[in-house]
Design a protein around this ligand. Structure first.
Ligand code: NDP
Length: 252
């Protein structure tokens, strides 16, 4: 039987855990060949083995997306081994909230380097493939992971929220630029999803605030977001779901 993403070539960044890992599995399940990108090679190998065991097709590429040359090499490898990518789930990111007066400039820079520069490096490396694939196959998708932090106000999240506001606005602008070339651009803005994201938070106050939120709501799962990625990519070529906000039912 035909699956919704048969014949498509997907690339997922941040695929070694959380939302990216779940999305890679789901896109493969829907029929896409999937290239999975992150730094932890062992985790990617396990993921590829799992996808293949379930009848899917995948390849791992260990790469740090903040390294533009490395991402370009990854893009060249995808083109050579799978053909031009027609779906990029641009998802790697990090969240490090802390009061601004603590001046954690290392953490500010880390978030900007990954959430903005890494995201743009990946777009730069793959955009020509997306356009080429769209010309050949009728449509391609660039799906960026933003956040509810791009829309709502969370005290002590200013730098993270700023990076995600960049992702949301840049996605809107790029949709208008790439739409005429049949490349759809979407942003997904999730509320809280239980992943490794929270484990990187060093600020005690922010950790407590995140932990306490579990008392008042059930966090989303990575699979909830993976379903949305699959839904966006499987829409008819004329329809571009521009932005989706997915909240835990109990999150204000
Ligand atoms: P995880 O921490 O589980 O996943 C982050 C992924 O990014 C990992 O696969 C990590 O792999 C990868 N990564 C980190 N640094 C780099 C790098 N330099 N180069 C390549 N890959 C890198 O978190 P989530 O799944 O939650 O996060 C995915 C996205 O979702 C992020 O953009 C996040 O901001 C966003 N988001 C998450 C929400 C949540 O509540 N969880 C809510 C809203 C948005 P590795 O370390 O192996 O490189």
């Amino acid at each position: 039987y035909a699956r919704p993403l048969d014949g498509r070539v997907a690339v997922v960044t941040g695929a070694s855990s959380g939302i990216g890992e779940a999305a890679a599995e789901h896109l493969a399940w829907l029929g896409a060949k999937v290239a999975v990108v992150a730094r932890r090679e062992g985790r990617l190998e396990d993921l590829v083995a799992r996808i293949e065991k379930n009848g899917g097709s995948a390849m791992e590429i260990a790469a740090d997306v903040t390294d533009a040359a490395r991402v370009q090499a990854a893009a060249d490898a995808v083109d050579e081994e799978l053909g031009a990518a027609d779906l990029l789930f641009n998802n790697a990111g990090v969240m490090l909230p802390a009061p601004i007066e603590e001046r954690r400039t290392d953490q500010w820079q880390h978030q900007i380097d990954l959430n903005i520069t890494g995201l743009m490096n990946t777009i730069g490396a793959f955009v020509s493939q997306l356009i080429r694939a769209a010309g050949a196959r009728g449509v391609a998708d660039l799906i960026n992971t933003a956040s509810i932090a791009a829309h709502n106000i969370f005290p002590n999240f200013a730098v993270y929220s700023g990076t995600k506001a960049f992702v949301a606005q840049m996605s809107r602008d790029l949709r208008v630029e790439l739409g005429p070339k049949r490349v759809r651009v979407a942003a997904i803005s999730p509320g809280t999803v239980g992943t490794e994201l929270q484990s990187h938070v060093t600020d005690a106050g922010a950790r407590e605030w995140l932990d306490a939120s579990k008392q008042t709501m059930e966090w989303l799962t990575p699979q909830d977001i993976a379903q949305v990625v699959g839904f966006i990519a499987a829409l008819p070529p004329r329809a571009n779901l521009q932005e989706v906000i997915v909240m835990p039912t109990g999150q204000p």
